[in-house]
Design a protein around this ligand. Structure first.
Ligand code: SAM
Length: 210
């Protein structure tokens, strides 16, 4: 039995004993909370990068190389107006296009990449001409754009060919990076290997019944 010292109340040692006993439990709760919180944060950061790979068309984030961007701009040389990058990643193509005078827009599923792109555009001083939207490319109409850029994957190009063929105006030009469209005939191509880009005029993508 513990001795009660002068100046201590009988309940004090009970309180101290309880408190000491619960300390490890508090640390355990704190550690569990921290671990759980970290996992939630990690998941919310990683999930937008992983989920594109689990969709019907696996289209992961692979940024365009500087050479690829040069090639896109060279295929679009002499053109102006609106431009869209379908699946805009970290915004590098949209920002490069805005720098040479296009009114450029990017549609991207991953919100982190969209926020990063907006920040990057603001830092580059082109945020008035470089806009980014968190959207699924299959749910957006690209009919208003006269310059269309896609760095996709082979599995999606057939479906995208149909979609763009239905939506785009006769004055539009399409640029495919790294993977060409399966049926359209390119008017020209620039670069080689993984940096190759193909340019398509409306004669190749307009539907015969238009
Ligand atoms: C190959 S990367 C190209 C990135 C950028 N265009 C570039 O050239 O640097 C394809 C991008 O499309 C995005 N993406 C995948 N599925 C998408 C979808 N359904 N709608 C919009 N963006 C999508 C990915 O998150 C990824 O950032």
């Amino acid at each position: 039995m513990s001795k009660i010292l002068p100046g201590e109340s009988p309940g004090q040692d009970v309180w101290t004993a309880c408190n000491e006993g619960s300390r490890p439990r508090n640390w355990g709760l704190l550690a569990t909370g921290l671990l759980g919180g970290s996992l939630v944060v990690l998941y919310s950061i990683a999930a937008p990068f992983i989920t594109p790979a689990l969709r019907k068309h696996c289209l992961p984030f692979v940024p365009a190389t500087p050479k690829q961007i040069d090639n896109v701009l060279s295929v679009l040389k002499g053109r102006s107006g609106s431009l869209v990058d379908i699946g805009s990643g970290d915004g590098r193509i949209v920002i490069a296009a805005a720098k040479v005078g296009f009114k450029a827009v990017g549609y991207e599923l991953n919100p982190w990449l969209v926020w990063y792109s907006r920040y990057h555009a603001w830092k580059a001083g082109v945020h008035h001409n470089a806009k980014f939207y968190i959207s699924d490319l299959w749910k957006v109409s690209f009919s208003q754009y006269t310059n269309v850029v896609i760095f996709g994957v082979p599995q999606m190009m057939l479906q995208l060919e149909d979609k763009l063929g239905e939506e785009l105006q006769p004055e539009a030009k399409v640029v495919a990076c790294r993977f060409p469209f399966p049926h359209w005939k390119p008017s020209h191509s620039v670069g080689e290997g993984i940096d190759t880009v193909w340019g398509y005029h409306s004669e190749s993508f307009r539907r015969k019944d238009d």
